[in-house]
Each structure stands twice: as structure tokens, then as C-alpha cells.
Design a protein around this ligand. Structure first.
Ligand SMILES: Cc1ncc(COP(=O)(O)O)c(C=O)c1O
Length: 471
């Protein structure tokens, strides 16, 4: 059904939105209560069948009456991020204000790279980036842009680093002399960015790491020498706050000091950990971040927005525009003016979703303190879970956690860890992830949902013991 001349039937909108909002509320309430199973979805072909996806896109036919039961099936086959036992990945259980921002933007559709194409959404991005820059401790000249995710933010930061050391690369290409220094544990998007920037993956010089895969500051001189011996110029050095696998932080003071001393671009991948800046008890873990030349910060991890929203932030904002030399005369027809009418000069994307709106809404409703409390609560709970796991026979943790990511195992057999994870998933009781640290297999939890509790973890450890006994 459509409205006048094919426009909206606003009555249809209200009815469908009413059904969707009610179904979503039930879904989240059931998830938070831990009433429904989590874990393994059916095989993909089966799910396509269950949701009638092929016939619906070919023949249409979904209507107001059919929508509710169909949506229930969709929700039943979605990951329940608000569930206490959903502890697998670093994906936020989104908060209400951010969810509402998505509802609003879904209707008004404000791709806002150009101010005139989405004034309020553009303004929100500007103030969100300004606020993030302040949290890092950069007062004058700092700034950045929001991107569709941390991977794109890493690429953008490294593009700015490349422009700083090799400005001719934009027009001439790269000459094979550049290098990026990073630990082997760096997020894969860093290596991928290096390859995409034309440096070749072998331009990544591995930094020495300790037994917990953190950069060893004392070994940085050696790495620099290796880099120079290979005839390469260091384009950037990448540290993590915190590392994806382990949730542990590199020593940003020491690494940042080294970079400053040697004039190397210092990039901090704080996709996961940056929101700890909002918790007075935890911000010390990012001490030294202010020395960075560039930082990335995801909000769809610890700031409770939906995926995907990230920022790339630079100590010297002008370096971001120096990274993009291109002109598109139909969109960018003058130098960026003081009113800041366009973001195109500083981002990969042309059309961009109103990412700032979902971040702004969480900040406006919860305040930075509220979000900081969320981070602190998940980090503190994870510390208690570490104590509980360490106290149980047969279990061990990789290390004391520094975030809401914790690696642990039952026994030492790598195959057992994989089998345990799969068993829990099949039983649809707990959704964990797993990772390798220095070649050893660990179970891994990311504590994202506010409702995950000590009781949840007691249940998890019992379930692991039962599964191991049955293996
Ligand atoms: C440290 C780190 N950097 C970058 C990324 C990539 O971010 P995104 O998934 O937003 O592209 C992740 C994702 O988990 C991450 O943990």
C-alpha cells in the first residue's frame, strides 16, 4: 500500500513501526532475562528457507498481517546481544537512545557528508568528533571524522601517515621504501590497510612482543634498525589499546615516547579501549594516548551504539585533508570553508550514514559519565570472573584482564578448547569465542551485556566441566 502518488502511507508506517517496536521490546526483555537459547544458527540454506527469503524477494507478498510472525522468526534467528550468555564477540548490546536514532534516521535518511545534505546529522558528527578529540587530551588543532568502522578508520589513519612521509605517493604511487611497524597481534585490518595502500604486506615489520603479545618497548630500537637495514623508512608504528585477542594494552607512554624521539608517526588502535577514557578508574590504561598522531575509536563496541560507527582522530587535523588530494567538482567545489560544509576531503566514503546521531543520542541521554560507568562495570565484572575462573580446579586464565575481554581454558589441550566451544554452541547455552595467543588455543569471552553476572559464569564453568566429562 502506498500514499499519495507513491509516497508514504503514514498509517502503514505507524502500524508497522508499532508491530516492530513491540516485537523488539519483547525480544530484548526475553534476552535479558536469559529465557531463550543463544548460539548456533541452523545451516544457512535452512535459514533462507525458514525466512522465505528467496520467494519474498522474487514475488514480494509480505503484508501487514504477515509481518509480525515473519519478524518473530527473524528475531528468533538473530544473535541475542542483550542475553547474559552472549559473551562471544565485541559487539555492543545497543542502548535505547542509539536504537531510536537508527529508527529516526531510517525514516529521514540523512547521508550527511555535505552539510546541506543532512544538516542536523552533520552537526552531530562535528560535535561528537570534537568531544572525542577532547577526551584524548588534544585541545588545539586536533580533529577527525567518523567512518563506517574501525577497519576503515585504520586505513584512513595510515593514509594520513603515508601522506605525511611520502606526499608524492598520491600521484606517483609508492616506491617500495616504506614500512609500518606493528606487533604480530595487530588487528588484521592494519596489515590489510598496508597492502591496500600499495606498500605490500611485507612492508609490515613485526615488533617483538612479550608472552602476552604486548609490544616490548625495549626492543623497539632493534625493530627500527631491522627496518632501516632493509632499506625502508618507517611510515608509522601501530600500538593497541587494547588488543583484540587478549584485551590487554600496549604501554602507550613508552611506545609513544620512542616514536616522538625518532619522529615516527604513532598510531593507536583504540577501537575497543578508547571508551575507557570515560571511566576515571580505568583511563590510566590509555595513559600516553595523547602522544599519538592518530587514534581510532569504535563506538559499536563499548559505547553501546549499533554497528557500525567509528572515528579516526588526528592530533593535527589538517593532516587528514592532506591525505586526500582528490577533487570531485560536482560535490567539492571550493576549499573547505570555515563553516565546515563538507567532510569529503577527509574520508573514504562519499555518501555516509548519520553515524554521529547514534553516538550523540547515547551521550545526550546517558552522559559521558553514564557510558563511563557502563565500561567500568563490564571491566570490573570481568575481573571478578577472572578470580572465579582461577579459583576453579582445571581452569586457568591467560592473564589478569585489563578490559572486558578474558582468555581462559580448561586443561591445555587445544582440541578440547575447540570442542568445548562447539559443544556449548550446539547446546545453545553459551556463545563464546576462541583465539590463539602465541600459537596456543584459548577460550575467549567479551563481556558486553550489562546483565551478564557471576551466576552466568558459574553456569558456564559448570557447563564446561560437564561437556569436558562427556567429551
Ligand atoms: C583492535 C581492533 N581494531 C580494529 C577493529 C576493526 O573494527 P571494525 O570491526 O569496526 O571494522 C577491531 C574489531 O574487532 C579491533 O578489535
Amino acid at each position: 500500500m502506498t500514499g499519495p502518488a507513491g509516497g508514504w502511507d503514514t498509517g502503514e508506517y505507524e502500524r508497522l513501526a508499532g508491530v516492530a517496536v513491540a516485537a523488539l521490546s519483547r525480544h530484548v526483555a526475553e534476552s535479558q532475562a536469559g529465557e531463550k537459547p543463544v548460539g548456533a544458527p541452523p545451516p544457512l540454506p535452512e535459514l533462507i528457507e525458514t525466512l522465505e527469503l528467496r520467494s519474498l524477494i522474487r514475488d514480494g507478498g509480505l503484508d501487514e498481517d504477515g509481518f509480525e510472525p515473519w519478524l518473530e522468526r527473524v528475531l528468533d534467528h538473530s544473535v541475542r546481544l542483550h542475553h547474559p550468555a552472549e559473551i562471544a564477540h565485541q559487539v555492543a548490546a545497543p542502548d535505547v537512545p542509539s536504537a531510536i536514532a537508527d529508527l529516526v534516521q531510517g525514516g529521514i535518511n540523512q547521508p550527511m557528508s555535505i552539510y546541506e545534505m543532512g544538516p542536523s546529522a552533520h552537526a552531530m558528527e562535528r560535535v561528537v568528533v570534537e568531544w572525542m578529540t577532547e577526551q584524548i587530551g588534544w585541545r588545539e588543532g586536533g580533529g577527525g571524522v567518523l567512518t563506517h568502522g574501525g577497519s576503515l578508520a585504520n586505513l584512513t589513519a595510515l593514509l594520513a601517515a603515508r601522506a605525511a612521509i611520502a606526499p608524492e605517493a598520491w600521484s606517483e604511487g609508492v616506491d617500495g621504501t616504506l614500512a609500518v611497524l606493528a606487533p604480530p597481534s595487530t588487528h588484521y585490518s592494519v596489515r590489510r590497510s598496508v597492502a591496500m595502500l600499495g606498500l605490500g604486506e611485507r612492508a609490515v615489520v613485526d615488533l617483538e612482543v612479550d608472552e602476552l603479545e604486548r609490544i616490548v618497548p625495549d626492543a623497539l630500537e632493534d625493530a627500527l634498525e631491522r627496518c632501516r637495514d632493509a632499506g625502508r623508512r618507517p611510515m608509522a608504528l601501530v600500538a593497541a589499546s587494547c588488543a583484540t585477542s587478549t584485551g590487554l594494552h600496549d604501554d602507550l607512554e613508552a611506545v609513544g615516547g620512542f616514536c616522538r624521539e625518532h619522529g615516527i608517526w604513532f598510531h593507536v588502535d583504540a577501537a575497543h579501549g578508547a571508551p575507557a577514557l570515560l571511566s576515571p578508574a580505568h583511563r590510566h590504561m590509555l595513559s600516553g594516548i595523547e602522544h599519538a598522531d592518530s587514534v581510532i575509536w569504535d563506538t559499536h563496541k563499548m559505547m553501546r551504539t549499533s554497528a557500525i560507527a567509528a572515528a579516526v582522530l588526528l592530533r593535527e587535523e589538517w593532516r587528514l585533508e592532506a591525505a586526500f588530494k582528490q577533487k570531485a567538482s560536482y560535490l567539492i567545489y571550493e576549499e573547505a570553508d570555515e563553516s565546515g560544509s563538507s567532510l569529503l576531503e577527509r574520508q573514504v566514503e562519499c555518501t555516509k550514514a548519520a553515524l554521529g546521531a547514534r553516538i550523540f543520542m547515547n551521550l545526550a541521554f546517558r552522559g559521558p559519565d553514564g557510558l563511563g560507568r557502563h565500561v567500568a562495570e563490564q571491566y570490573d565484572k570481568t575481573l571478578r570472573f577472572w578470580e572465579m575462573i582461577e579459583a576453579r580446579d582445571g581452569f586457568e586464565c591467560l592473564s589478569r584482564p585489563e578490559s572486558n575481554i578474558l582468555c581462559f581454558r580448561y586443561g591445555r589441550d587445544p582440541e578440547l578448547q575447540v570442542a568445548l566451544r562447539e559443544r556449548l554452541l550446539r547446546d545453545r547455552r553459551f556463545h563464546l569465542s576462541s583465539t590463539e595467543v602465541h600459537g596456543e588455543r584459548w577460550l575467549r569471552m567479551s563481556v558486553m551485556a550489562p546483565v551478564t553476572s557471576e551466576e552466568t559464569i558459574e553456569g558456564l564453568l559448570d557447563a564446561i566441566e560437564e561437556a569436558a566429562a562427556a567429551a
